[in-house]
Write a new protein. Structure first.
Lengths: 349, 244
């Protein structure tokens, strides 16, 4: 028998217990499909026909909800005439992310340009220059807002996270205490609290008249929160670099910063790819918490859509649709992470 | 003026005294082998020379520079002292060539082409030039240690410290590393080598320094030390080392 490919008998049906487990799981899958598929596919209504949907209620899904409400879910309350702006902005941001994800393009120039493109896409959505009408940030919403918050939040938090991680492992007591304190404070409270404080309490500390935009406050809160978690992940990676290498670098006369940037951080980052992408995925989904400050990102927009009393009964279909969208992005990040790990494993040996 | 001077140096790890009133003078071009039982403070001694370990009492002077906890003196000393470690400590994420050019380029601000040329010269010297584009993980222990020696040489140090360079190697690779060290010795480099390789000591050392429990107990020429050890602990140590 070919040793590299195991047959069904050797894996799924290997012994009594495994066979039992396999059979029960298969049975559950069949039972689930038997009950789910008729509702989801065979008896479902695929057009935005309210009458047909009502008639099919209970026996068939109403995917017409999606056809009716997808603009609201994907773009929020953005004025429809300017809808090209969040579309273009989202594409630009995703393209910039794709560029940043390619290892062969990790030069300072390209990374800064990608960051610039992201800044530009945010500006594009908000407008107020070059003939673009100014859109109040409360109107930003849907998937476009989720992407904006997740991308800006995750990317801008990285430099802060590196600084916090280096600060926490520093020999200078003041810096170490400040960084540790910040990390523990932020990690000790839920994101909702951070967003709440960033949104409502932050303006209280500023001189009157200075009222930063809600988008700015929320993004700031997200960045701080994300940075605290990423800092601990990166610190784990920093600690994993063998002390002997640092000593060798010191013996060669390298300075602290040279050692960190050339020896420690490159190796630390290679090691922490899985937990770091884990953090990215979590923050991506945590953006749904900004509904607390009345910003309607993907999930919030869904709830807005379901506020329509005629379509409210079909909330399950809405949730499934939104869950699918989250799943697409999160699994893409997951696949990317695995690819990155493979690349690094080859070089690391 | 001696190249390295220890004057009544004492060092503590917490409350444990690891060096007690050590005085040693190393002249330029001199080859010193430091030996002794484990825990005697030999590694700590040489690690004090390039400030990998701080010391609390006494005075260490390297090529005229009084070594203190001040970063300035530390950098001045490290610029002139190279070190080879027991566990090689190569940078695994860089190629061999990058390992060697990293410090000259960023510490000495040497141009990349010059640094690479210098690196290839040193790689030829340790007879490993063909591996320049490989990664440390792809080399054997003996090859990695030779690269480590080349890396230290790229910074053109006045003094080379060796901390048990062959202790982590398989026996068949020890010779290739020792051969490199012997050729370095013959070229006039000041060397302090902590090692158990007594054959190397006999061949190359100008002086053998025997340490026990944080003190220099005996120092002599290799001839005298191996054939007529004076101190009872030296006698004891040699009988254990040379009898298998």
């Amino acid at each position: 028998m070919n040793e590299t490919s195991l047959s069904w008998r050797q894996t799924l049906f290997n012994g009594k217990v495994n066979t039992l487990i396999t059979v029960s799981l298969l049975a559950s899958l069949v039972w689930f499909a038997w009950n789910f598929l008729p509702w989801a596919v065979f008896n479902a209504v695929f057009t935005a026909d309210l009458e047909a949907c009502r008639a099919a209620r209970g026996s068939g899904a109403c995917w017409g909800l999606i056809e009716e409400k997808w603009k609201l879910i994907v773009f929020g309350r953005y004025p429809f005439e300017e809808i090209w702006r969040p579309i273009v902005a989202s594409i630009m941001m995703l393209a910039a992310c794709l560029v940043m994800s390619q290892r062969q393009w990790w030069t300072p120039l390209i990374l800064f340009s990608a960051a610039g493109v992201i800044a530009l896409s945010v500006a594009l959505m908000i407008g107020g220059f070059a003939g673009l009408s100014s859109i109040p940030t409360e109107r930003l919403g849907g998937l476009a807002l989720t992407l904006l918050l997740a991308i800006v939040g995750n990317i801008l938090s990285l430099p802060l996270a590196v600084a916090l991680a280096l600060g926490r492992t520093s020999n200078l007591p003041f810096i170490r205490v400040v960084c540790s304190g910040f990390i523990e404070l932020v990690r000790g409270v839920p994101l909702i609290t951070v967003l709440f404080m960033a949104s409502f309490m932050f303006p209280l500390f500023l001189p009157s008249g200075m009222n930063p935009d809600v988008l700015l406050r929320v993004t700031g809160g997200l960045i701080l929160f994300s940075a605290a978690y990423q800092a601990e992940v990166i610190r784990g990676g920093i600690n994993s670099v063998p002390r002997g290498q640092i000593e060798a670098a010191q013996a060669l006369g390298m300075s602290y910063w040279l050692i960190q940037t050339k020896i420690v951080l490159p190796q630390a980052f290679r090691v922490v790819v899985p937990p770091l992408v884990n953090s990215f995925i979590a923050i991506f989904k945590d953006t749904s918490l900004v509904t607390i400050v009345s910003m309607f990102e993907l999930f919030g927009s869904l709830r807005l859509a379901l506020a329509d009393p005629q379509w409210r009964p079909f909330f399950i279909e809405g949730f499934i649709f939104v869950a699918l969208i989250y799943w697409v992005f999160c699994s893409a990040m997951s696949r990317y992470s695995r690819g990155l790990e493979r690349d690094f494993a080859v070089a690391r040996r | 003026m001696p190249m390295i001077e220890f004057e009544n140096v004492s060092k503590w790890f917490g409350s444990f005294q690891v060096l007690t009133d050590v005085s040693l003078s190393v002249a330029q071009g001199e080859k010193i082998v430091v030996c002794g039982p484990s825990g005697s403070g030999k590694s700590t001694l040489i690690r004090c020379v390039n400030a990998l370990e701080p010391y609390q009492k006494g005075r260490i002077t390297v090529n005229g520079v009084h070594l203190t906890e001040d970063l300035k003196t530390i950098h001045q000393v490290r610029a002139q002292v190279g070190m080879v470690f027991q566990s090689f400590n190569l940078f695994p994420h860089l190629t061999i060539l990058d390992n060697l050019t990293l410090a000259p380029m960023h510490v000495r601000k040497v141009a990349k082409a010059d640094a690479e040329e210098r690196a290839m010269t040193q790689l030829h010297r340790v007879r490993i030039a063909e591996q320049a584009q490989k990664y440390p993980g792809q080399l054997s222990g003996g090859q990695q240690q030779r690269v480590a020696i080349a890396r230290a040489l790229c910074m053109e140090p006045q003094v080379l410290l060796f901390d048990e360079p062959t202790s982590a190697l398989d026996p068949e690779m020890v010779k290739e590393v020792l051969d490199v060290m012997v050729s370095l010795a013959q070229q006039g480099t000041t060397m302090i080598c902590v090692t158990h390789e007594m054959g190397f000591a006999r061949e190359v050392a100008d002086r053998v320094v025997f340490m026990d429990a944080g003190q220099i107990v005996e120092q002599n020429t290799p001839q005298e030390f191996f054939e007529r050890p004076q101190h009872p602990r030296a006698v004891d140590f040699l009988s254990k080392i040379l009898s298998h």
